[in-house]
Design a protein around this ligand. Sequence first.
Ligand code: GLA
Length: 542
Amino acid sequence: MKITGRFIAAALMSLAAAVASADTRQLGILTPPEAKTPRINAPSRYGARPGHPILFKLPVTGEEPIATEARGLPEGAQFNLETRLVTGEIAVPGEYPVVFTAWNAHGKAEKTVTFVIGEKICLTPPMGYNAWNAFAGGVSEAKMRIAADKMIEFGLDRHGYSYCNIDDFWQKSPSQAKDDPTLSGPERHEDGTIWPNSRFPNMKGLADYIHSKGLKAGLYSSPGPYTCGGCTGSWLHELQDAKTYAQWGYDYLKYDWCSYSQVATGKGREYHTRPYFLMGRFLRMQPRDIVFSLCQYGECDVATWGEAAGGQCWRVSYDVKDRWEHVIERGSDACEKNWFHSKPGCWNDADMLVLGRTVWSKGCLTQNECYTHMSLWCMMASPLMIGCDLSLIDDFTLSLLTNDEVLAIDQDELGAAAARVLRGDGWEIWARPLVDGSSAFALVNTLNVERVITFSFAALGMRGKWKVRDLWRQKDEGEFEGSYGFSIPGHATHLVKFFPGEGAGLKPCLKDIRDNAWRLPFDSDRAKAVQEASSGPCSRCD
Ligand code: GLA
């Protein structure tokens, strides 16, 4: 292993974290209380395949009762005024702009959502819930039903979260059956159909229940004989499993690599890609849209072939747990190397969110670190899968998950993930262009002491005056020329949007605000070093 200065700094920082975090100001809740006037939080483009069932819930915030209306729905689609669901099937490929209106006693909001009927789905990163970080191997149908209930109770659907996904452990596991009888019994029926474990007595019923809430349902498998948790995988049953998932009504498959190396053939790219191409084809053959989420930790440069394999998102790193090193190094470093592959329908997945109480360490991140985590995931256009026990969620975590101006960065229709455009000793600046002509910037303080982080516009090829808006606080900061700076407490991130003002623009040679990233070297040593640094216990929670 190569010990870099950065590695030593990271190790020292993690040791000192408990002490130092007490010294730096913690940000607390920044998201303002929800406005009473309606706001439509839908992405502006929504993809579905021709003739496949649509389940689109219009996310609206504001004081109820709110009346809604949809104009311009194409043939085959209906909008239910009570549930705010668009359902049906649109047979003819094309782009259909639908104007949604929402109004109440305090005001009115309008938003055009274009339904794009064609091959591409997932035109913005998927948002939802995944049970792994909350329950790991202890998941059950009952817990999934509660998770779906809680998504509605806490209004997460009103902010755009739409998937409710089971991870590992809905299948049986012969190797663990002795210790846990709920995992025992035949893994498949006589005809080869997968037989869920006894904690999941009714997979179709569960999907129906999730759908009845206006949410979509997801599950998990592995191309190998067994999953990472040692449960039954899809090996030699890929087509049959794809059909079963569709018959049960699932909308999302996370497909893990684990145990496939025991049966994999071929070399190099063939070795790594074959099972994903196979399942991608089989999912595409089903009469419903099933998001295909590749989970093989970024091996063999997955971002370069994930789309061809039929995927909509792909993990780019090993598991991210609620530890500063994982958030700042593992998740973001991996995305940093792949930002240019991000586009509508193709997302680098920085792994599930570790905000709130997870099964691993019950909240190892400081508040400031949580801001960095959520800000970076949104900047990187990562899928946003909530990964905590929703029954135990606290107000701070909810405030992180439901800031609509922050979420809008993740869901921006350009799909242009941020690149790390500037970097100095203990600070980083990430930037991405947005569809409205503005750009988002994240100023990340990677040291655990408060400091002012400033950057000069000239360093990024920016000219003129820019109007700055603080996205977490949802407040305008004023107009800036020449440079911008902000005082940021230890391990926190300041997230802002820059709107072009007088004379604003980029040097003509620049394509967009991310171009400076090409001048910084990718730090490939860093992720490796930190992986080793973080294999020890988390000092703050153990
Ligand atoms: C792997 C994945 C995790 C989770 C577990 C389940 O570790 O990376 O996200 O799905 O498997 O066993």
